[in-house]
Ligand binder design. Sequence first.
Ligand code: GDP
Length: 364
Amino acid sequence: WADGSITDAENSLTELAALAETAGSQVLEGVIQRRSRPDSSTYVGRGKVEELRAVVDDTGADTVICDGELSPSQLRNLEQAVKVKVVDRTALILDIFAQHAKSREGKAQVELAQLQYLLPRLRGWGESLSRQGGGAGGSGGGVGTRGPGETKLETDRRRINQRISRLRREIKGMKTVRLTKRANRSRNAQPTVAIAGYTNAGKSSLLNRITGAGVLVENALFATLDPTTRRAQTTDGRWYLLSDTVGFVRHLPHQIVEAFRSTLEEVAAADLVLHVVDGSHPDPEEQVRAVHEVLADVDAGALPELLVINKTDAADPETLQRLKTLWPDAVFVSARTGAGAAELREAIDRLLPPPPVELELTIP
Ligand code: GDP
């Protein structure tokens, strides 16, 4: 279902399919539900549940992936109705982040996000808790909710909470190390440029173009999860640092934004944000909006920003014209062919802070 238009839902679903394929699934069929809000019990409406079940039977699918975040009970009810595993967008994205995280900090952050997602869902696996809905208060209710099951649940919860505390401590420690590194960098007065943008927009490719470094480029969502920092030089010979950040996707689960907040905060310390946009995407404006939202969320919304419209080689000329009118200051490039690279360098030169001036104080 989608609260926006059908095209919106279709774009979001296409992205969901790409995400699922990145996670290693084979996507068989998409089903769209037109509704103003999700069904409280089964997420999709009654009729759609029937349709979904038919699709599952016809295709032999073993999983249904929903484009949104389901409550624990919606997940369980839908699973019972369609008789196969149901996964929501959040779980899928968390899974991909887990597969792709490379650094120790990245791995710890993803695990933390996964545990936070899991914790409220633990009870979802047991019988429904009568204590929840009663509203009578006190300790009298909950017949049938006691016993070995609950004890096990409590143990699991306690273990998870302990692990969460430990991960938080570790991440704090790693953050200190990272901040020290950053402080050293700024002491060296090297300006920093952060590359931000939607997943698959071509950030790694552009980083390669600008620095000649061999960063992994993958035609898959989430090839870049851990920030990579490279040195680059302006045309007039000044060095600056260029770092890649986490790729954004539509409806980035809040657990992920939380978990990667510290990494994203690196962006807030940058002198300039290179916001890379996939010009060949059907709706680049929507992607830009999504990225702006996250940037504002990590206090990087007010930084100087250079919009870089990438993939001009593959983009439709009409779209490019529209974007030129909309963003006259944007630079249009193709990381693949190298078109626009010179303009991009010039724009970076222009927008980077001027080299520090040696101040000489003469006291008369
Ligand atoms: P990232 O996720 O933003 O880092 O994106 P990548 O740099 O990994 O690129 C994602 C995909 O887009 C890869 O398949 C690239 O080869 C492709 N790509 C990147 N830049 C261009 C471009 O200028 N033109 C075209 N046609 N494809 C590009």
